[in-house]
Design a binder for this molecule. Sequence first.
Ligand code: E4P
Length: 218
Amino acid sequence: MKFFVDTAETAEISELASTGLLDGVTTNPSLIAKSGRKFLEVIAEICDLVPGPVSAEVAATDFSQMMREAKILRAIAPNVCIKVPLTPDGLRACHALAQDGAAVNVTLCFSAAQALLAAKAGATFVSPFIGRLDDIGQDGMALIADIVTIYRNYPAIKTEVLAASIRHPIHLIEAAKLGAHVATIPPSVIRQLYHHPLTDKGLATFVADWAKTGQTIA
Ligand code: E4P
């Protein structure tokens, strides 16, 4: 499973990239607003930090303006992945961009029917939002299961399922068990993945016992 980080904070991205475990980055207009930085500048900086796909979302909602914005975003770096909303105009832009060789992430996917449309439009990634479905009392993980099952029925579909709106490690583990190709994860949740109390306890014991030996390795 590929791990993307869901943030526009370059300091966090730089730190996570140094672990060697990061495969890409996703941003959205809300994350850009939160960063307080200029969109094009921050995307350029992120593209320098991470060689994998960096999702940069168009701001427009109509096809022609989306295409104009996508042209500017694609010129930033070869690893920019154009993010478009799952709307008729967004899917039209996805199709045109994919035909032109661009990587496209179709975002705001909340149904299996929408995911089928994204695949037909040639999306590189489709982003079903798990947490936001859970928030309204629906089953976000059931959507991941449906999309993975449907895509597997059609080997010609190359679109990868990018599990998004992940709120905690269980979301990630369940999505991985279902076979989602990618997860985009907030930095705080990535940090949670490392921890287990028995690891901390076990390490404290090993450190204490090693000290008793009076030895050094290097
Ligand atoms: C995905 O690309 C989205 O930016 C993100 O996962 C949305 O998550 P949220 O529902 O926590 O805002």
